[in-house]
Design a protein around this ligand. Structure first.
Ligand code: HEM
Length: 240
């Protein structure tokens, strides 16, 4: 069981994640979308969406630091264990609660706004369920165990396991000894990765970042006096 959960499952899910995105792009390029519901309801979305998205970006940034950067490196640059955990637990709690509250508001809006509920697919519901579970157990680990509870140093087991999987030498023994809620969080996260390419979450890979710096689009009205005349080539002085 240990090998299945912490060696086979991660590679099956990671492969599905990568190959699934290529497959989706190849066979459903025009279905690659957020399936935005902004046209149906904007007031609640205007609060819930940024709350969720800024929260989850903070959470994922924290995961990159917490899981990929070894504890030896942070202590080598002078960050003590105590300082690291104080900052990680505080920032993780703020980001995690923002993502959880944002998601709860988004799901509430989706359920209570008939037009939005009508365009919600079975796949959306499954994705919200798994995403909600990943976030709920993650917040429990950060707030319930590391901020208010007995604490658990995930940088000695979970984080080392994540890096061992990515470096193709999986250390299943480390995860087998981790607390059950940290195991559950990792299994749920792997399930989310496996379903990712088949859901609206693909929009993460097509965020229009270039939009921020793109040149203006210039709109000009057609001068009524020009009537049906074909526009002349080049610039015409105003009023001519
Ligand atoms: C296999 C992949 C993942 C691993 C190993 C992992 C591991 C962890 C660990 C160790 C914590 C606890 C941090 C602490 O105690 O301070 C945590 C917290 C959390 N995780 Fe994950 N995680 C994974 C994927 C994800 C994904 C995909 C999401 C959501 C999309 C997510 C959402 C959260 C949230 C919301 C928290 C609480 C807030 C925070 O500390 O950032 N995790 N995760």
């Amino acid at each position: 069981m240990t090998e299945i959960l912490w060696v086979v499952l991660p590679y099956v899910c990671l492969t599905t994640f990568v190959v699934g995105h290529f497959w989706r792009y190849r066979y459903d390029k025009f279905g690659w979308t957020t399936r935005s519901s902004q046209l149906y309801e904007t007031e609640q979305l205007a609060w819930a969406s940024p709350l969720f998205h800024f929260g989850i970006l903070g959470v994922l940034g924290g995961h990159v630091i917490g899981l990929l950067v070894p504890a030896s490196l942070t202590s080598a640059i002078g960050i003590s264990e105590g300082l690291y955990h104080a900052v990680a637990a505080t920032a993780g709690t703020i980001a995690g609660l923002a993502a959880a509250a944002g998601l709860a508001l988004l799901v509430r809006r989706r359920r209570l706004t008939p037009a939005v509920f009508r365009v919600t697919t079975a796949m959306d519901k499954a994705m919200f369920l798994v995403l909600g579970a990943v976030i709920a157990v993650g917040v429990f680990n950060t707030v319930g165990i590391n901020l208010l509870g007995p604490g658990h140093d995930y940088r000695t087991d979970v984080a080392v396991w994540v890096r061992s999987v990515l470096l193709l030498g999986p250390r299943a023994d480390l995860m087998a000894a981790a607390p059950i809620t940290f195991q559950l969080h990792a299994v749920l996260a792997m399930a989310l990765l496996a379903m990712w390419p088949f859901t609206r979450l693909v929009h993460v890979f097509s965020v229009p970042l270039a939009y921020v710096g793109r040149p203006y689009i210039v709109y000009r009205t057609r001068d009524a006096r020009l009537g049906g005349r074909r526009p002349r080539r080049g610039w015409e002085p105003p009023g001519s």
